[in-house]
Design a protein around this ligand. Sequence first.
Ligand SMILES: [Zn+2]
Length: 253
Amino acid sequence: MKNFVLETNNNSVYLICKPLKEMGVKHFFSSRLGGFSKEDYAELNLGIFTNDNKDAINKNINKALNDNNMNSNIVYLKQVHSVVIHVVDSNNANIIKEKVGDALITKERDIPIGVFTADCVPCIVYDNKNKIVAVVHAGWKGTYQKILYKTIKKIIDDLNGDSDNIFVALGPAIGQCCFEVSYDVADKFNFVTKTDDKYFVDLFLENKKQALDASVKEENIFISNICTKCNNNLFYSYRVNNNTGRIGTFVSL
Ligand SMILES: [Zn+2]
């Protein structure tokens, strides 16, 4: 939790990365507390593609954006555990919204970009020198395919980003404590522990390594280390209930 704080805002709770806030980056990792959804989806479900009541989802999204002083003209993707990355601007925002993919980058102000997760790792990337932001959905499949690494490299190589000034924040996701996988999945990763013939992968450390491999400084990587399954009262966890909501991770310049 170092570098992160839970803030209550208008009766809803959001996880904020303190260094990003101090640099003036509008962002939040939402929690499930303080919204309009009921039962399995209670309360602040932002998962626009879940089977929850659509009115409740829309009210929740508008509330979260309002609570965090963000423009309501958000951009998100149909997430498919891919390594498809889109660069968004005001000209293509409406087109990008119809696309599949798992990471968004923008250099433009007031275009909130977001991902929806329940156990997968939500990542925010920020280039403080060139004012570029990105948001990434990294489940185990995306992590295995190195979506965070590829997003950071795209910022550096295609958008002239500066690795010395890039910051990365990893929000709530399933922790190694709870992320038991088959041998076949474990075999794809670096940070695995084996207990009683069970394999557990650390997706936080996997993604930290990708940021380091993309030349981000270690001190510029902030990891919430909050396990969504252990903290299912605060965050949605697909492993606890596969008919559940999604937290939203949004960032805007
Ligand atoms: Zn856990």
